[in-house]
Design a protein around this ligand. Structure first.
Ligand code: BGC
Length: 470
């Protein structure tokens, strides 16, 4: 294995590294993670709602595609600009703005009287999701103590998976009565809770120091660490802020000291999507039915099962992430994804000639295994790493750039999946994602650093030393 530990002076930062979590941090992280719940819910809910929306407005295929995909476009644009906004107006204000946008989007969607209004509402929801993905991991990362940062930032991914599962269940509950307005409108509730939460959340000490509010930062740090002795951590934050006196510019992202981290973030962003996760999350019922399970309710049940596996394995990953580290989980999980995608390709190849229900069951088990491997690796670890590997000066912009690349890649995969299946068949499509998983493994092996247990300032110092590799 390549050398992987981030170098740091053995004693410097030791007490900052040992800082404990307090109830206050748990609550702050949980509130912020609600942004993830909305992300998961709003991307998941449309699969079940679309048939009924189509009926209400007699949507053309093009309009259906727009209703689904404008969310991804809105998210790609908003995460890019939202990250920079988080550097400018602060993490907390960005979260407050996110909640207002989510509420507005949900209300417009639920009350839409025409397809145009609905598309506008879905674009606004997309903007909310983009802002959330650029801000939530960053916020949690900057308030968490180093030794618990892994699982606390992963609360974001956990919330995404719970949001997806909740969306499947809500779709199921309202399907009989065809009430798609309720399906889309219910997102108002977590949106409002997030909004109330931001009244209680403090701004992060790192952003405050960077913006000349040292006194306030010290107060927040004492509160979130539950002790008066935070001088060492405070000094480290000040040093890191002093290293980058002026405000970050977009062009800074290309500087030699930041470029390697930017490549890691964008690379993982793209690999998280082109290895196929959302073909399963968005199209699971279709995939399952084409593998041989013929009943619609059987397919929906299996889909809910996949959603549950996603939640449970994210919890497992959270338990492991600060113990075994990011790299080992990432490499194990991606390897498992490559293998299960390979098997899935074979199952589809055999089922095409045999028409045996057993293939359907085998496909469901393999899909569950694939999602499980994603949930311990690329799922949470992508969002975690992009919240911790960038220097304070450009943290928001760089995180936003990675998040935006993730949404753009998501858009391309979602739009091309059905066409790929139609042209080349499911076997070759899943094998393509399998080959891309092998590329993701090599990329991670070569370039992703181990950040477990390090303070954000130690990670920043690592890139400043000119280290370009893991
Ligand atoms: C990804 C989403 C995906 C979800 C599935 C997230 O990390 O960014 O695109 O739908 O995981 O759990």
């Amino acid at each position: 294995m390549p050398p992987q530990k981030l170098n740091s002076d053995a004693t410097a930062g030791a007490s900052a590294r040992q800082a404990e979590s307090t109830a206050f941090v748990y609550i702050a992280a949980a509130f912020a993670a609600l942004g993830g719940l909305l992300f998961g819910y709003d991307t998941g809910v449309i699969s079940g709602a679309l048939i009924f929306i189509q009926k209400s407005f007699s949507l053309s295929v093009f309009h259906q595609e727009l209703v689904v995909s404008v969310v991804l476009v809105g998210a790609a644009v908003a995460s890019l600009t939202g990250g920079r906004l988080a550097d400018q107006i602060g993490r907390r204000m960005n979260l407050a703005l996110t909640s207002v946008i989510f509420i507005l989007g949900a209300i417009i969607c639920a009350a839409a009287g025409s397809e145009v209004t609905l598309i506008v509402g879905r674009t606004i929801v997309g903007i909310g999701i983009g802002l959330a993905s650029a801000t939530v991991p960053l916020y949690i990362s900057e308030v968490s103590p180093a030794k618990a940062r892994g699982w606390q930032v992963s609360l974001f991914q956990l919330a995404i998976t719970i949001g997806i599962l909740a969306a499947y269940l809500v779709d199921y509950a309202f399907a009989q009565s065809e009430q798609w307005r309720w399906m889309l409108g219910l997102a108002v509730i977590p949106g409002a809770i997030l909004g109330l939460g931001t009244l209680y959340l403090p701004e992060t000490p790192r952003w405050l120091v960077k913006n000349g509010q040292g006194e306030k930062a010290l107060g927040v740090l004492r509160k979130i660490r539950g002790t008066q002795s935070v001088e060492e951590e405070f000094r480290e934050i000040q040093d890191a802020a002093a290293r980058s006196e002026e405000r970050g510019q977009w062009s800074d992202l290309l500087k030699a000291s930041i470029r390697p981290a930017l490549i890691v973030g964008i690379g993982l962003a793209v690999f998280q999507q082109v290895t196929g996760i959302n073909t399963v999350i968005y199209y699971a019922p279709q995939i399952i039915r084409s593998a041989g399970i013929s009943s619609a309710s059987g397919a929906i049940l299996a889909t809910a099962g996949i959603g549950a596996v996603n939640v449970i394995m994210t919890l497992v990953s959270m338990w492991l992430i600060d113990r075994v580290g990011r790299r080992i989980l990432l490499l194990t999980g991606i390897a498992g994804m490559a293998v299960t995608l390979g098997i899935l390709g074979f199952i589809f190849r055999e089922s095409a000639s045999a028409h045996d229900a057993a293939f359907g069951q085998l496909a469901v088990i393999t899909l569950m295994a694939y999602v499980a491997f994603f949930a311990i690796s690329l799922g949470p670890i992508f969002w975690l790493l992009i919240s911790e590997i960038y220097p304070l000066k450009v943290r928001g912009s760089a995180e936003g750039t990675a998040a935006s690349s993730n949404w753009a890649a998501n858009f391309v995969v979602s739009l091309t999946f059905l066409t790929l299946v139609e042209k080349f068949g499911p076997t070759w499509t899943f094998w393509l994602y399998g080959v891309l998983s092998i590329a993701a493994w090599l990329f991670s092996y070569k370039l992703v650093p181990e950040t477990k247990g390090r303070t954000l300032e130690e990670i920043e110092a690592f890139w400043h030393q000119g280290k370009h590799r893991a």
